[in-house]
Design a protein around this ligand. Structure first.
Ligand code: MF3
Ligand code: CO
Ligand code: CO
Length: 275
């Protein structure tokens, strides 16, 4: 989008786009598209299923509804989603290896709907999962939701990072530094960068109309990651388990709207309806 087009419906705060009510409506639709697709995966993910089969389901869901996958052909990435298993931090590429009982997996889906990018990811359990893996997934979900809880005009990006870091490290986990959340809207990745660690009161002050993702990657071991030779797959250097959840949010007058909430209420595993 050039500055002239942007002037019609949006203003800029430094480089950060301030979106209006119609833009929020667009993000709501795109966010719900990604979230509904993640809902659909809940019953599919079990031992024996390949991540390529998950990718095919995401691709098929997008085709059926006329949504474009933002990751397909993005900077040479060739899949409709990212599937990150166990010690894979993010950007895991779907393949033909079957999932095994006890695995944990993040699926990250971004659909483009009417030009708006809905970006969200969720963890799933593959069958029965060890208690320590369950604890990591719970800590990671709670980290995301605590970060979201501080979002309102006048808060800073540092406030978000600080609450995530304080909570995760207090639970004897570590926060990945090499990847961050990002502004999102009419493009996949835009300003600002949303770090999942930091100091209260530091960084950009949030304003009504800003839209960005929060997507903490939390490790059971050390925070360090490396990217494999395929140029995408990021793994923990110590091969410790890692987890991630991602929502796209828009700053409102009093707090924020979560665009990517699960329409079926399947927010986190074990997905029991009474939890
Ligand atoms: N969806 C990821 C994010 O949250 C980006 C994936 S880019 C890909 O920002 F190319 F790896 F798919
Ligand atoms: Co994202
Ligand atoms: Co994502």
């Amino acid at each position: 989008m050039n500055e002239f087009e942007g002037a019609v419906t949006t203003r800029r705060f430094n480089d950060i786009i301030i979106y209006g009510p119609e833009d929020f409506a667009g993000m709501r639709k795109a966010g719900q598209a990604a979230a509904a697709c993640l809902d659909l995966l809940t019953d599919l993910i079990k031992p024996g299923v390949t991540t390529a089969a998950i990718d095919a389901l995401v691709a098929g869901y997008g085709e059926e509804h006329g949504y474009l996958s933002a990751t397909l052909m993005y900077r040479g990435y060739r899949h409709s989603c990212c599937t990150s298993v166990n010690h894979v931090v993010c950007h895991g590429q779907p393949n033909d290896k079957p999932l095994r009982e006890g695995d944990i997996i993040n699926v990250d889906v971004t659909f483009v709907v009417d030009g708006w990018y809905g970006d969200s990811s969720r963890m799933y359990y593959v069958g029965e999962v060890p208690r320590k893996a369950q604890r990591l997934v719970e800590v990671t979900y709670e980290s995301l939701m605590r970060g979201i809880a501080v979002v309102k005009p006048g808060a800073t990006l540092g406030d978000i990072g600080a609450v995530i870091q304080e909570y995760a490290e207090g639970e004897r986990c570590s926060v990945v530094r090499d990847f961050c959340g990002h502004g999102v809207g009419r493009s996949f990745h835009e300003a600002p960068s949303v770090l999942h660690y930091g100091q209260r009161g530091e960084g950009v002050t949030l304003k009504q109309g800003m839209i960005f993702t929060i997507e903490p990657m939390i490790n059971l071991g050390r925070p360090h990651v490396k990217v494999l030779a395929d140029g995408w797959t990021a793994v923990t250097r110590d091969r410790s388990l890692t987890a991630q959840f991602e929502h796209a949010v828009g700053v409102t007058e009093t707090g924020c709207e979560i665009f990517t909430l699960s329409p079926a209420g399947l927010h986190h595993p074990p997905f029991s309806t009474d939890a």
